[in-house]
Design a protein around this ligand. Sequence first.
Ligand SMILES: Cc1ncc(COP(=O)(O)O)c(C=O)c1O
Length: 422
Amino acid sequence: MDFVKEELEEIKKKGLYRSLRLIEGEQGPEVSFNGRRIVMLCSNNYLGLANHPRVKEAAIEAVRKYGCGSGSSRLISGNMELHQELERKIASFKHAEAALVFGSGYLCNLGVIDSLMGEDDVILSDELNHASIIDGARLSRARVKIYPHKDLNVLEKELKQLKGYRRKLVVTDGVFSMDGDIAPLPGIVELAKKYKAMTMVDEAHATGVMGQNGRGCVEHFDLEGKVDIQMGTLGKALGSLGAYVAGEKKLIDFLINRARGFIYTTALPPPLCAAAITAIEIITQDRQLRNRLWENAKFLKEGLQKIELPVGNPETPIIPIVIGESSTTMRMCEILLQSGVYAQGIRPPTVPEGSSRIRTTVMATHNQEHLIKALEAFKAVRGGLIQGRAGSGRGEQEKQGFEQFNPFICLMGDFLWFQQIS
Ligand SMILES: Cc1ncc(COP(=O)(O)O)c(C=O)c1O
């Protein structure tokens, strides 16, 4: 096992070593960390439903009635009332014929892509798609063609050239998880139709967030009924864990029979199903939460722009500050933590080489005080930044002439900042 130590040393040398931070207590807009209260600015609990009283109560009630676990996979003996109720709820929420629940978004993307696609097929995938889509595509053994981020011209060129494949699939994140921008879905759907490809949209960061009724990017673009496969997670705005696919009944029947990520794993525990059912009810009944989320996103984005941090132009509550260099990004993350703000640094391979970033996300449950505290902390470290504009992806940054975070100036910034707080 010597290689393990050697590889870890390599990872450390590159400034890419990861370790776990412990959040004490529940996931709120403010959390306990090392015994201190700090502002949480990197949770996907967008609407605060992970600790909403009604959601918690529903989960507790489900434990009382159904117990903690499902005891088996769905196709053996684990199919319970709550699974089916949740699937009916999701299908109706997404205006789809049927839905199927998976254990997590990662499993879902693996299961769906691997079961639908095979060696004779081709997948067209945005270069910034989530790792679970990438892994699903790899697992399927289909030919994978990666198109530049949101580039419909290249996508069309690729689609036009395809010959001899059995099935074609265009797959994209709806909201890109590390950049907070939105896929050009109308164009993608149009091209897929023109070239007879299937479409799949990952609504992980869009469900509960995008669209008039929180149904996601497909609703936002008025494309309901026009996307073949919609997947989303229950672990982000819905505050629980798990994932779903929504689409035609025949697709769901196919997945029940073919998706290994559905078949060979224990069914979702009852409290998580109950939590997700209640979360969907809250989302459909209460627009206020979503309105607050968007107001907070606007406030934070404008505040960060005002202090001239390179936030680019994110379109959603995910607001990345692209720094470039990994160790500098993590240093900035540490300084923010010390000043009471938790905004995680994100490094390769999660984001492209040279585009490490502080990824901030706002929540509906943040108040002005939280956000002002966060902005003050960012202002204190901004001395370490050379002003520049951040784009969403590798290419974008080059095109827009984004300048790298300067480590020397950063250290000066740290020094000045430490002087201020000591
Ligand atoms: C776009 C996207 N898809 C899928 C997933 C995986 O979902 P889960 O966390 O439920 O496994 C995530 C995040 O984790 C994501 O950001």
